[in-house]
Design a binder for this molecule. Sequence first.
Ligand SMILES: *Cc1c(COP(=O)(O)O)cnc(C)c1O
Length: 431
Amino acid sequence: MNLSQSINDFNEAKQVIPGGVNSPVRAFGSVGGTPPFIARGKGAYIYDEDGNAYIDFVQSWGPLIFGHANEVVESALIEAIKDGLSFGAPTEKETTLVKQIISLTQSVEKMRLVNSGTEATMSALRLARAYTQKDDIIKFEGCYHGHSDSLLVSAGSGCATFGTPSSPGVPSDLSKHTLVARYNDIESVRACFETSKNVACVIIEALAGNMGFVPANKDFMRELRALCDKYNALLIIDEVMSGFRAGLKGAIGLYDVEADLVTYGKVIGGGMPLAAFGGRADIMDMLSPVGGVYQAGTLSGNPIAVSAGIATLCQIKANPALYENLEKLAKQLIEGLKNAAQSHKIPLQVDYRGSMFGFFFNENVVKNFDDAKKSDTAMFARFHQKMLQKGVYFACSQFETGFVCSAMNEEIIDEVIAKANDAFNEILYES
Ligand SMILES: *Cc1c(COP(=O)(O)O)cnc(C)c1O
């Protein structure tokens, strides 16, 4: 495979953009090699600057549930652009999108639009702190909620201690308000509540997609809700990735646990920068200008992004078998990968929900971040590289989730499974 143009592009980018990328995972740091620079995408495929084609299981890290350059989204955007790009004034479209989201989901009575998942979770935390008049928050190791200061925190030493910054530049005065619990371990959450006595909220990905794909178990989610009620803390379910991906009602629909606040992103923007947070009306009405909690954005509810969101959700609504069909593809893929690995005696853990899937090169079932970290990342890197050379674009880290889109079909998945078989053959032969 010729990547010479991407290599040139990467070298040039690195001179003016730190690491050559505008979001670190894109640099392929954990799998090595040069990231293909993408020229265009169509449906299930992306094409790099050298003209190589790839079947894309990243789909912009989740947003593109209908694949690249979806015609309905494209024409909605072209129409919207003719009327102007941004006004910084209210538009009807914003209400249309918010009503669409509310009608399709549960736990949300009112909602506000923002530009990124980071903003959505950051604003939800501020609201939870204001509502409960408490300062501390609980998050889970391995869950990702964007890069705001309060959430770039890892577990301190020992159990149920206050967190320490996971990035230079985050003040420890701030991270000490974040407690870090173990995913799928309710006792660790209870311990955090008992340590702090000042917990405003728990924030969680009910389907963790940022430590690889690790679903919460149902009892754990139910007990988490009960603990939040017991300690008068809010439950924030972060559906930025799982919303309209895991199923029509996201992770909340699969677990049947009500959240007080919910965050959305990715799919609701159809590929444009758009996210949202919402929840109970009494909490949301604490936001300025109704209440005193300040939150704002020059480009929030941008009409172009909102148009892409509406076009995406209209298609979702018009297609009742969408998630069932996507889940069939995810199941076919993940069972095919599992069989291919097994027949080469390579241990592989797999799981999927709706259009989301994940696999770990690991002997044991992965239930939390400690388990995930025991995965064979060197094996993942080899597999990733081989699949890339064969024209299959998987997320470039063991600790990410994969996505199927509606532009894929059984033949494409069969092709990928055949290539995975070849990749495992080569890996065994070479070692
Ligand atoms: C992607 C993601 C975010 C952050 O969203 P950005 O738009 O990248 O800021 C937050 N939470 C979850 C669960 C995510 O997957």
